[in-house]
Write a protein that binds this ligand. Structure first.
Ligand SMILES: CC(C)(COP(=O)(O)OP(=O)(O)OC[C@H]1O[C@@H](n2cnc3c(N)ncnc32)[C@H](O)[C@@H]1OP(=O)(O)O)[C@@H](O)C(=O)NCCC(=O)NCCS
Length: 341
């Protein structure tokens, strides 16, 4: 099922007013993994592009990372916490089963006028979050929203499974979206187009089965490994490439754009080879593709906003440039946002 959202019929446009990211200080290098599983720096680097990932200490949690990223996004937007009207946290590693991570962030920030909820769409969570905030802003219902992707995946990684544990890291990224009145016949910054997909029939490809209703932690698990993430990496590899290619092509077609109009494509960082082979099929030149998986690994919902924030901070996109954010992950879910920065 797909739902795409073209923004040009509304009275308001949702502008990226602020951005920020945060990663914990702890580092796990590829060499660290050679002490846990049979692997090598060379294998991890050549097969995934990952060199290191940031990792939480035992007292650090998802809401803390989310709060730090949010503070930076608020600062660049020039907004006080009380001015924020909605907080969405996209995550698959929430603070606890309930209440939501977003409520903890609301409390930490002192964002007393915001309503707040979590969104679970795995690696596509931030893309989904942008599209939801876009709706409320374009309708005029909200003036602004804080959209955060935050994960502590190292807490559910199985450090005995070499095919998955080497992939994941912790981090958070955030943007503030703000509504501006849409002006007729004027090129304006803002979210131009969002598209989201889901296919639950392939849920088994990527999952973590414990903690929920089907396998509550209060009951012994039939398989103790269910407390960890399980991924069938080889099975989803080709599908990830295909979905990214299709989604970017759809964005270009629906927005009447060519690759020449796009300054950067910021993909979810799941594997550098997946991003590079999608880029090759789309004939996107290297300088329009951003890769930071070498530093962070796969941080699921945090991955796109972490990369987006870095792209902005490094001056790789300027106001007025068009960027495509694209993601694929567990659910399965996938989608994209086209944004004039
Ligand atoms: C997981 C992934 C890196 C594996 O890379 P790959 O090139 O597909 O490698 P394969 O699974 O074909 O494994 C090749 C061999 O390396 C071995 N291997 C797997 N992990 C290894 C590791 N960390 N170190 C050394 N060898 C490893 C495998 O056991 C296999 O050995 P075999 O040929 O004797 O069976 C890759 O498939 C991937 O990135 N997939 C998508 C990731 C994903 O699902 N992300 C989450 C959703 S976005």
């Amino acid at each position: 099922m797909n739902k795409s959202i073209e923004s040009h019929h509304s009275d308001f446009i949702a502008v990226i007013a602020g951005h920020g990211s945060y990663a914990p200080a702890g580092i796990l290098t590829n060499d660290d993994f050679t002490k846990m599983v049979e692997t090598s720096d060379e294998w991890i680097k050549t097969r995934t592009g990952i060199e290191r990932r940031h990792v939480c200490g035992k007292d650090e949690s998802t809401a803390q990372l989310a709060t730090e990223a949010a503070k930076k996004a608020l600062a660049t937007a020039g907004l006080k916490p009380e001015q924020i009207e909605l907080i969405i946290v996209a995550t698959i590693t929430p603070e606890m089963v309930f209440p939501s991570t977003a409520c903890f962030v609301q409390k930490n920030l002192g964002a007393t006028n915001a309503w707040a909820f979590d969104l679970m769409a795995a690696c596509s969570g931030f893309i989904y979050g942008i599209s939801i905030a876009q709706q409320f802003i374009e309708s005029g219902r909200l003036k602004n929203a804080l959209v955060i992707g935050a994960e502590t995946l190292t807490k559910i990684a199985n450090y005995k499974d070499r095919t998955s544990c080497i992939l994941f890291g912790d981090g958070a990224g955030a943007v503030v979206l703000e509504g501006r009145p849409r002006k007729k016949d004027e090129v304006q910054s803002g979210v131009i187009y969002s598209t989201m997909y889901a296919d639950g029939s392939s849920w088994e490809a990527l999952n973590c089965q414990a903690y929920g209703s089907r396998n509550p932690v209060s009951r012994p698990l039939d398989d103790p490994k269910k407390i960890y993430m399980e991924i069938k990496g080889r099975e989803v590899y080709q599908q990830a490439v295909r979905r990214i290619v299709e989604t970017v092509m759809e964005c270009l077609e629906k927005c009447n754009l060519t690759l020449d109009d796009i300054k950067m494509v910021v993909s979810h960082q799941m594997n550098a080879r997946i991003i590079e082979s999608a880029a090759k099929r789309l004939e996107i030149p290297d300088d329009k593709i951003f890769i930071n998986i070498n530093e962070y690994g796969n941080t699921s919902a945090a991955s796109v906003p972490l990369a987006f924030d870095q792209v902005i901070r490094e001056g790789k996109i300027k106001r007025g440039d068009i960027v495509i954010l694209v993601a694929f992950g567990a659910g399965l879910t996938w989608g994209a946002n086209v944004i004039r920065f």
